[in-house]
Design a binder for this molecule. Structure first.
Ligand code: F6R
Length: 609
């Protein structure tokens, strides 16, 4: 998500890392910075905004530096400001660091450091990590030892890159889940968060393994594990063309983003569920506000609206809290009836959608409390809502939203559990569900392994003229999102509704050649779903059904069955089932030769009415 670059060797390091950052621009970012070594001190240049803003700081020239690191940041902890941009110093400006990922226990560490007299210049978790490493460096005087000691105190997913003014040729990098790629040169070495940044300089690369530290100098790259044990390092030759490499080897950003979902789930959950399976949400309203709220109105567009429907399902089912979901465009012109005790929840990936922003301003005029669920930090909706929860899905480049939806539903799930926890809502198994949420990244990885089966099904249905997306309960809401993906990128007309509605009209459209995709992941509703499947089957429709791996009923009536792991929670089963359905839309679109990342007539951020 954020970009990392680093170089040590005889050439002008500043130019090289700046160029490497440019090659990572496709990942999206909202601030950037460089740290380099000059005359025994570390200089940091950083700016909010695009790389050209950072470039302006170097317009009057920079010294010849032979060691530099650079970072492009996608804001998560702290908005996209100059102060929050990386690199960060430690307390004594002896080291400087850049970081991708999230330090989950940064608040606890911050308190410990403040008690020791540390002061901070930013709101970031990264600066906390810098101070922890700086403290260790004061004790050891050897950068890799300091990093090794410090990482034992850090919890979360991270890639850290550190330099010291006292070790002028050395870059130390540590990896725990977030990627780091090492590049081997001739008398020079480098690193980056992704292969494309290295390709103009070297094609000899190695991926740093998890829980390992790289010590990079111009003459060698050493790898140690977190216990200090030396590891073998072997470079591989990469012959990718640069454009393909930007998509991490995937043919399209959409496919890359679908595959990122296990990590997105990890990032979204990070720091929000503790060891005791308690939900910890920062920056939401206090308990008395939740006790006062008598109704929730969720307001959003497109995919975010569909995520909102899952929110309605959760708030009503778990909390018995009346919830309505509005299209932003309807809400703003619809003269809505709003209870003064209601809460308006705005869901938006971009945080800039014009209709949602206008609806938000309407709520503010009417003095209604507002909560944002937003991906882009510093965006208008994030800034203008009373409170905002960030989805932390990283930049989404494909116009068709995939990972943002998953993260939005996850945040809504955590919010519902959080309220249930505060209010001790009877019958809600908060801790059991929170525990299952923690397993979701692995389960999403399992689901991604179904891709070959999905490709096979895509090949069989790709020429159809109409696809129904049907389900009951949470699966009914999910089917709206699955249908939206199919029409957006494969341009196949779809008909989506609760399965029980079929016989009230849409069934008239079923004939041979029509495809119906059923969500049947809720055991309690499965028998009823079988009846709906039979209705379509009897009229010659082709059935694709998604069910759980412990079910053997659906396969008796459906031609193609996709089985996902059973989480025992209806909304989590539904959420997992979006992954094969995103893949289905993607592969059907690919087989039909459609323009996937930029479908016709659509834009990523709809900032006009
Ligand atoms: C569909 C899609 C759109 C957006 C909608 C709202 O794949 O991406 O339907 O969900 O335009 O955008 P945001 O979430 O940025 O407010």
């Amino acid at each position: 998500m954020c970009g990392i670059a680093g170089y040590t060797g005889p050439k002008q390091a500043i130019d090289i890392v700046f160029d490497q950052l440019k090659r990572l621009e496709y990942r999206g970012y909202d601030s950037a910075g460089i740290a380099y070594l000059d005359k025994g001190a570390i200089t940091v240049l950083k700016r909010a905004g695009k790389l050209k803003e950072l470039g302006k700081l170097m317009e009057d020239g920079v010294p010849a530096a032979h060691l530099a690191i650079a970072h492009s940041r996608w804001a998560t902890h702290g908005g996209p400001t100059d102060e929050n941009a990386h690199p960060h110093y430690d307390q004594f400006e002896q080291i400087s660091i850049i970081h991708n990922g999230i330090i989950e226990n940064y608040l606890d560490l911050r308190e410990e450091l403040i008690a020791k007299g540390h002061t901070f210049r930013s709101e970031t978790d990264t600066e906390i990590a810098a101070h922890v490493i700086g403290d260790e460096y004061t004790k050891t005087g050897v950068l890799e030892d300091a990093v090794r000691n410090a990482v034992k105190k850090l919890r979360g997913a991270f890639a850290l890159v550190v330099i010291s003014k006292a070790e002028p040729e050395k870059i130390v990098a540590a990896r725990n889940a977030s990627p780091i790629v090492l590049g081997f040169g001739d008398g020079e070495n480098m690193l980056a968060s992704d292969i494309p940044a290295l390709l103009p300089y070297t094609r000899q690369v190695a991926i740093l393994e998890d829980e390992c530290i790289a010590v990079v100098t111009p003459s060698q790259i050493r790898i140690l594990d977190f216990d200090g044990k030396e590891q073998r390092v072997e470079a591989m030759n990469v012959d990718w063309d640069i454009q393909a490499a930007e998509k991490g080897g995937y043919e399209h950003f959409m496919l890359k983003e679908i595959h990122e979902q296990p990590n997105v789930i990890r990032q979204c959950l990070a720091g929000r569920i503790d060891e005791k399976n308690k939900v910890r949400l920062e920056n939401v309203f206090s308990e008395h506000v939740w006790n006062e709220v008598d109704r929730i109105n969720i307001i959003a567009c497109g995919t975010a609206y569909n995520a909102g429907l899952m929110g309605k399902h959760l708030f009503e089912k778990l909390l018995r809290l009346p919830t309505d979901v509005f299209y932003s465009s309807e809400f703003r012109y619809g003269d809505p009836v709003l209870s003064p005790k209601s809460l308006a929840v705005f869901i938006s990936q971009s945080g800039e959608t014009a209709d949602s922003l206008a609806a938000l301003r309407l709520c503010k005029q009417r003095r209604i409390r507002t909560l944002g669920i937003v991906n882009v930090m510093g965006s208008s909706i994030a800034r203008e809502c009373d409170r905002t929860l960030f989805t932390q899905a990283g930049p989404e480049i494909s116009v068709a939203s995939t990972k943002a939806y998953t993260a939005q539903v996850l945040v809504l799930s955590m919010l519902a559990l959080y309220i249930a926890q505060l209010q001790e809502t009877p019958g809600v198994r908060v801790s059991e569900c929170a525990q299952m949420l923690k397993q979701l990244p692995q389960l999403a990885e399992e689901v991604l392994k179904l891709e070959d089966q999905v490709i096979d099904i895509a090949g069989k249905i790709k020429d159809t003229n109409l696809i129904f997306f049907l389900g009951r309960g949470a699966d009914a809401y999910l089917s709206l999102e699955a249908a939206l993906k199919m029409k957006e990128i494969a341009y196949i007309p779809t008909q989506e509704s609760p399965a029980g509605e079929m016989k009230h009209g849409p069934l008239a459209l079923v004939e041979k050649g029509v495809v119906a995709v059923f969500g049947a992941t809720d055991e309690a509703l499965r028998e009823k779903t079988v009846s709906s499947i039979k209705e379509v089957d009897a009229r010659g429709g082709t059935i694709v059904a998604i069910t759980t791996d412990n079910d053997s009923t659906i396969e008796k009536s459906a031609e193609h069955v996709i089985k996902i792991p059973d989480t025992k929670f209806d909304f989590l089963n539904s959420l997992l089932s979006i992954i094969p359905l995103q893949l289905l839309a993607y592969h059907v679109a690919r087989m039909r030769g459609c323009e996937i990342d930029q479908p016709r007539n659509l834009a990523k951020s709809v900032t006009v009415e």
